[in-house]
Design a protein around this ligand. Structure first.
Ligand code: PDD
Length: 276
């Protein structure tokens, strides 16, 4: 089964889905997105993802399309057509196709594309051994709570991590406040308690982050969401990063310093088990 796309109301093969070079996503990165994965074939936490999408749309003053209410049905149809055991659904909405100018003519028709591809497999060896991260300067704008497609700082910093043989880059402000990874939220463990940076301008409200916060009491864990500083994270017993595509990935080294004993720890394993 080829990967498929849903573009402005119609399913096509992914290869056949084309958008204009005048799309404001292409020209200005003027758009938002969501990534939803299935679990046992069903979209996991879809309602929460769609609520966040609505919030991102409102933040960019983007109208939701008329068919927005039908999206759960469209997603279900896409999953059935794609037929993968587990699917990654990517949804992108831009301000639409119009000649390039910075201000926005009205009315406008947002352009929506969804793609349905196999959920990327997380390498079990990477989970078992844990991964290394670097910390990087916070060079992003102050609206990181909106899930926009303007991801150039994230892209550049992720590549900087990769060039140094590391898995992830973690944005840290000048004053030492830990924000998040390029495509993941951060948690650390100290004396059995989980800590995670509190929501704010420099953090995406991760759906996986919130799921862990919600589920933690049921597995006997306390989570503290607060302003977190780099020295606390470096001195932690365990660190892990979370996202829809990876769930919870242990981070065992940051800026070449081992975290705890340099191996994935028991609390990270307990959290990861929530997703199995
Ligand atoms: N990214 N922070 C950033 C900057 C992210 O891009 C993501 C996810 C997260 C984690 O959010 P969630 O748990 O809702 O996936 C945090 C997606 C997966 C991506 O860009 O592919």
């Amino acid at each position: 089964m080829p990967d498929i796309a849903w573009l402005n109301g119609e399913f096509t093969s992914l290869a056949a889905a084309k958008v204009s070079i005048n799309d404001r996503g292409y020209v200005f990165a003027d758009g938002i997105y969501e990534v939803i994965c299935t679990r046992e074939g069903r979209p996991f936490l879809m309602e929460a993802h769609l609520r966040r999408f609505e919030n991102s749309a409102a933040g960019l003053n983007l109208p939701l399309p008329d068919n927005y209410r039908d999206w759960p049905d469209i997603i279900a149809a896409g999953l059935e057509k794609a037929g993968y055991p587990e699917t990654m659904i990517y949804i992108q909405m831009t301000r639409g196709v119009m000649p390039r100018r910075h201000d926005v003519p009205h009315p406008l028709t947002p352009q929506v594309v969804m793609t349905f591809r196999p959920k990327p497999r997380v390498d079990p060896a990477a989970l078992a051994s844990g991964q290394a991260a670097i910390t990087v300067e916070e060079i992003r704008w102050s609206h990181c709570f909106l899930k926009t497609i303007a991801l150039l700082p994230n892209v550049l910093m992720k590549q900087q991590a990769r060039d140094q043989g590391c898995y992830e880059a973690i944005f840290v402000a000048d004053d030492g406040e830990v924000h998040e990874g390029t495509a993941a939220n951060v948690f650390f463990v100290r004396d059995g308690i989980l800590y995670t940076p509190e929501l704010g301008n420099y953090l995406l409200p991760g759906i996986t982050r919130q799921y862990i916060i919600d589920q933690a009491p049921a597995i006997g864990l306390q989570v503290v969401s607060k302003r977190c500083l780099l020295p606390e994270m470096l001195a932690a017993d365990e660190v892990f990063v979370t996202s829809t595509t990876v769930d919870a990935m242990p981070i065992v080294k940051i800026d070449n310093q081992p975290i705890g004993d340099g191996k994935p720890g028991p609390v990270t394993r307990k959290v990861a088990a929530l997703f199995q």
